[in-house]
Design a protein around this ligand. Sequence first.
Ligand code: SD4
Length: 332
Amino acid sequence: MKRRKFIQNASLSTLGIAVGTSVFASGMKTSISEEKNLKNETSGFPMVIATWNVNDSTAEAWRVLKEGGTSIDAIEKGCMIEEANAEGQSVGLGGLPDRDGNVTLDACIMNKEGDYGAVVYLQNIMHPISVARKVMEDTPHVILAGKGAEQFAYSEGFKKVDLLTEKSKKAWEAWKKTSQYKPIINIENHDTIGMLAIDENGDISGGCTTSGLAYKMAGRVGDSPIIGSGLFIDNEIGGATATGLGEEVLKTVGSFLIVELMRQGKTPQQACEEAIGRIIKKTPNFKDFQVGYIAVNKKGETGYYAIHDGFWVTKYQNDKNENFASDFYDKK
Ligand code: SD4
């Protein structure tokens, strides 16, 4: 089946993109506030914000920041929590596999200097965010893919891990039974992490880590590890990161767009809304997929916006680790 056809046929729910549902990452310790806080008025740093309900991850990032750690350390440590969570099915261990049953991971990281490192189509490694950081810091390159990335990880001391859990294997087997190319399984746990942090010095870093779309074609790489699409940081301005159907984020270079809009004077919220607007304008079938963005500026002001209801963010700021329901475009 041709790529475009596959993407069009694959509905949002079948690809592991939740729409119209509240999503709750398993292992979450803090309860979600009943009130939908759409005003999002807080600012200041240190702070950390992440896509979806990932309170354990933001708590870990906050711990690093409060101890005077750098934003890049906070990002790596925070993302690692969700990568190691076997219950979460869209990142790291326990991630849903591609249609051939292989768990393949994409991740990237960016620091305050604007350095970037990424791994794409990485297998058998629990912490792609850490390998991405090694690519950034210890190699002359910015992206390593597939076997090369895996070999590099082993050479850096990472251990081989079977990432396909029983739970995800069962889900994949159920998907295979019902349909080869039009899966009907509905995935409601969502925890692909895009994370942005500002440390006590006011320096911004970001990271993004995912197992990508469930039951994707073998070899498919999404937006998450691609600079400017799944993540972009400019320490003078702010940062942005994305979740959802990566093909649409890639086509609009969403995270770079948001940072550039903030550079032109937009608030993080206005910038996220405009980036979603670009997708809506260009893509008549936007009802079939979800994209969500989060952004932060130099003051620690944040924004978040999605195409559909059901996108949540977690923010640790001013000593509070809170979940917020994102406002969205498609009000029906
Ligand atoms: C991708 N953007 O691979 C990722 C998927 C995602 O929550 O964010 N899922 O397209």
